[in-house]
Design a protein around this ligand. Structure first.
Ligand SMILES: Nc1ncnc2c1ncn2[C@@H]1O[C@H](COP(=O)(O)OP(=O)(O)O)[C@@H](O)[C@H]1O
Ligand SMILES: [Mg+2]
Length: 182
């Protein structure tokens, strides 16, 4: 049996020149879906950047299965999918081009990508615009391309910062919930 996932934050602190974004944050997450709630500037994005290793804590650590994620480096990055809050997509690319580009950067083999891209586009309900240029997309559609790139590598840990920003109410309902409602 596969070991249950455990992601733990220990005494996480992050200070910027003018502010203390995280102050002694501690938690232990097991398999599941978690949401971060807090007002603007509460430190949500800072925490997600640290969990995605695109930023580092001033002190404290994040452990995945007991191992420090900074030390795990590439071994950890292959396990995660991340969409930053200020995510943007290259307007001149089609959705498929963009996912190809992102998947290649992530080191996903070409044959695997070829199968995975239509699957990811289907998941975010963009199959019918797969070969349209991203510049023609609405804000919500661009956001969904961002979600698609985050799931390309079948991540064990998926970190989405404000995934529903710019999505209309229908888009916000998870697809599985939509299926159940039908
Ligand atoms: N790169 C940065 N440089 C300086 N201050 C920052 C930076 N990123 C975030 N902050 C500050 O850290 C605090 C937390 O910001 P953030 O993590 O973006 O909060 P949230 O996502 O909850 O709105 C805020 O006071 C913000 O101004
Ligand atoms: Mg934020």
């Amino acid at each position: 049996m596969e070991l249950e996932i455990e992601l733990q934050a220990e005494h996480l602190c992050k200070s910027y020149q003018k502010s203390e974004a995280l102050k002694d944050v501690n938690f232990k997450l097991k398999q599941g879906v978690y949401g971060l709630l807090g007002e603007n500037g509460a430190g949500k994005s800072t925490l997600m950047r640290i969990l995605s290793t695109v930023d580092f804590p001033s002190s404290g650590s994040v452990l995945y299965q007991g191992k420090n994620i900074t030390q795990m480096d590439e071994d950890y990055r292959t396990l995660i999918g991340y969409m930053p809050q200020d995510y943007s997509v290259y307007p001149g690319f089609t959705a498929t081009d963009f996912l190809n580009y992102m998947g290649t950067l992530k080191g996903i083999p070409a044959d695997r990508l070829k199968a995975k891209i239509p699957e990811a586009l289907e998941f975010v309900n963009l199959s019918d615009v797969a070969n349209k240029k991203v510049r023609t997309f609405s804000g919500g559609m661009k956001r969904r391309v961002g979600i698609a790139q985050a799931i390309l590598n079948d991540p064990k840990i998926l970190i989405l910062d404000e995934p529903t920003a710019g999505l209309d109410p229908k888009e916000r309902i998870p697809k599985r919930a939509m299926r159940i409602r039908k």
